[in-house]
Design a protein around this ligand. Structure first.
Ligand code: NAD
Length: 577
């Protein structure tokens, strides 16, 4: 029976391969395991063996030829066998993916297409990066922002939260110092000074971005923008006037706002706050109940817990941080509980009532009705796209209930209108928005750039930090991908022992078929920095062997990456295998 030999997929992201050499000719007999051809992709060259014994009946791809993975490149079978059916299927393209489906990030030279006037709606991390990139490429750029340049991230999100977390870390640092015989007691917490320092950092960064926009010649308009077409954006200016901005391309970067769940009492109770409210509290609350054990809940919960607030987290799902690796999330949960936070999972908030303390939160927990009193209730159940004002349907921009649909060039269903970041309603992270902003700006300026989210890292700023890239074990199982894992506990890592008593672990996952890194998860000191090494390794499809072959400095937390890769091969040096 004729067997098609397909262009092999030599790694998770390999899209095409090139035949470097055929070791056989048509009519040659081969035994199973004989070398038959050499194939190369951007990264490696492999010699491929015959999957079974037989005769090479037809070679379809000559030496030097390239083909998408899974395209038929030769046919083997019995001499004289009719292979016309197989050849017809191969000619029609077979099961190979369509050309151009590769989500590799490429930037080619401008095709001189289109005009140069680009209007960006939204000045958050996605929008301001898009504006700068378009200006770098020679665009005449107008950026419309309704509120603050820097958007949620700089003003009421990532940056102020991290400033608060940093302020909250000093008490722990003092405790850790005591273990080294260094006496540095934290005497008091002056909340207004914490807030002032946070504000100073935000102002400095926002000022820096404004300066960059100016240097790049970007015109900033303060108002609400609405794209009517790629060439027409209507602006309701903050001063009450209206403006029509004519251009050639539009990039929508409208961002997101906190989602308010339809829980009775939440809207009515003034002690129910969102993350913006939590970042501008006038004093540290005595108690804080958090609805939602996602990133916002965990990060702000950690900060207030360290400031002395009694923190209770109510999470509807069986685990915290749904997008993070389950095994390490369970470890983090124990650490947070040890630090004093009360965490309830599979618990659903049913209603909120007024109470002398501030709010009474009624929860259904393991089939029982329980209630909690808290001074403040932080609602952190996710964010939703901020696109209502944009009249997407009227402009013909395809969307799913306000979540804008784009292709991998970040272009919407209206050619010439691009959309990026949180307003897509997918991955709501500043670094994703920045990458997409660059891609959209390059395409708007006539280049050919594609967005590839494979190396997108998730960073949670807890103590210790928690970060991940690639697949979690849960996702690998769901997708039926076979893998091996290597876990190295940081208790056996010298630098971690010095820094945080060795709390945490590094877990690497490698695909069984090709041996390449498919996921990395780190709970430990500097996790949000170390994860970038793993993102590079994942992007380069590095294997266990290649990570092991990379010398890691000693003593560093990073050297535990090396050990985790060795653990995957059952040969870790600093722990029993
Ligand atoms: P999230 O989606 O991360 O988590 C929300 C959580 O609330 C989920 O676990 C969900 O199961 C739970 N939930 C929903 N309804 C509930 C209910 N009625 N009762 C109890 N639990 C309920 O959302 P978030 O934490 O609000 O964060 C919003 C966005 O901001 C996310 O996209 C996040 O990635 C982003 N963000 C990122 C960072 C970071 O990267 N460090 C920090 C903050 C926010």
């Amino acid at each position: 029976m004729a067997k098609e030999l397909l262009m092999p997929k030599l790694g998770l992201t390999m899209k095409t391969g090139k035949i470097v050499k055929w070791h056989v000719s048509e009519g040659d007999k081969v035994a199973q395991g004989d070398d038959i051809y050499d194939v190369e992709n951007e990264k490696l060259t492999n010699t491929i063996q015959a999957p079974e014994s037989g005769t090479i009946l037809k070679i379809l791809l000559p030496e030097g030829g390239s083909a998408p993975v899974l395209q038929t490149i030769a046919v083997m079978g019995e001499p004289g066998e009719d292979i016309s059916g197989v050849l017809a299927k191969a000619e029609s393209g077979g099961d190979a993916p369509a050309e151009g489906s590769a989500p590799a990030a490429v930037a080619e030279e401008a095709s001189a297409a289109g005009g140069k006037r680009v209007t960006v709606i939204g000045g958050g991390p996605g929008g301001y990066v898009a504006a700068i990139r378009a200006a770098q490429l020679g665009g005449e750029v107008t950026l419309i922002e309704k509120e603050h340049i820097g958007g949620t991230c700089l003003n009421v999100g990532c940056i102020p939260t991290k400033a608060l977390l940093h302020a909250s870390s000093f008490e722990d640092a003092a405790k850790a110092a005591a273990a080294y015989g260094v006496d540095m007691k934290v005497e008091k917490l002056e909340w207004d000074k914490v807030m002032a320092k946070k504000g100073e950092i935000v102002d400095r960064l926002v000022g820096g971005v404004k300066g960059l926009l100016k240097t790049n010649g970007v015109k900033v308009v303060n108002g609400m923008g609405k794209a009517l077409s790629p060439s027409d954006v209507e602006v309701a200016c903050a001063d009450g006037s209206k403006k029509d901005i004519k251009g050639d391309k539009v990039i929508i970067a409208a961002g997101s706002i906190p989602a308010i769940p339809p829980i009775p009492g939440v809207k009515e109770n003034k002690n129910c706050i969102d993350s913006t409210g939590a970042l501008s509290l006038k004093k540290v609350p005595k108690s804080l109940l958090i609805i939602g054990g996602g990133v916002i809940g965990i990060e702000l919960g950690s900060a207030f817990n360290a400031f002395g607030t009694e923190v209770t987290i109510i999470e509807a799902l069986p685990k915290l941080l749904p997008m993070m690796d389950g095994e390490l999330t369970a470890q983090l949960r124990s650490i947070l509980e040890e630090s004093g936070m009360v965490i309830k999972t599979e618990a659903k908030v049913m209603s909120v009532e007024d109470s002398p303390a501030g709010a009474k939160v009624n929860v259904q927990e393991n089939g029982k009705d329980v209630s909690y009193d808290a001074e403040k209730v932080l609602v952190a159940v996710g964010r939703r796209t901020d696109t209502a004002y944009l009249d997407l349907d009227k402009a013909g921009i395809e969307n799913d209930r306000g979540r804008i649909t784009v292709n991998d060039k970040m272009e919407t269903s209206v050619p010439g209108i691009y959309a990026i970041g949180d307003c897509l309603g997918k991955v709501m992270l500043a670094h994703v928005a920045m990458t997409q902003g660059t891609v959209a700006a390059e395409n708007a300026m006539g280049r050919n750039s594609l967005y590839d989210g494979d190396t997108n890292v998730s960073c949670v700023y807890t103590s210790p930090e928690f970060a991940g890239v690639g697949l979690t074990e849960e996702q690998a199982k769901e997708q039926g991908i076979e893998y091996t894992t290597g876990v190295f506990p940081l208790a056996a890592n010298g630098k971690s022992l010095i820094m945080n008593n060795g709390v945490g672990a590094i877990k690497l996952m490698f695909g069984k078929e090709y041996g390449q890194l498919i996921g990395a998860h780190i709970l430990g000191p500097n996790a949000t920095e170390i994860i970038e090494e793993m993102a590079v390794a994942l992007g380069m499809e590095m294997t266990e062997g290649e990570i092991i072959g990379t010398i890691h400095g000693h003593p560093t937390v990073n050297e535990a990456v090396h050990e985790a890769a060795m653990a995957a091969q059952g040969r870790a040096l600093h722990m029993p295998n």
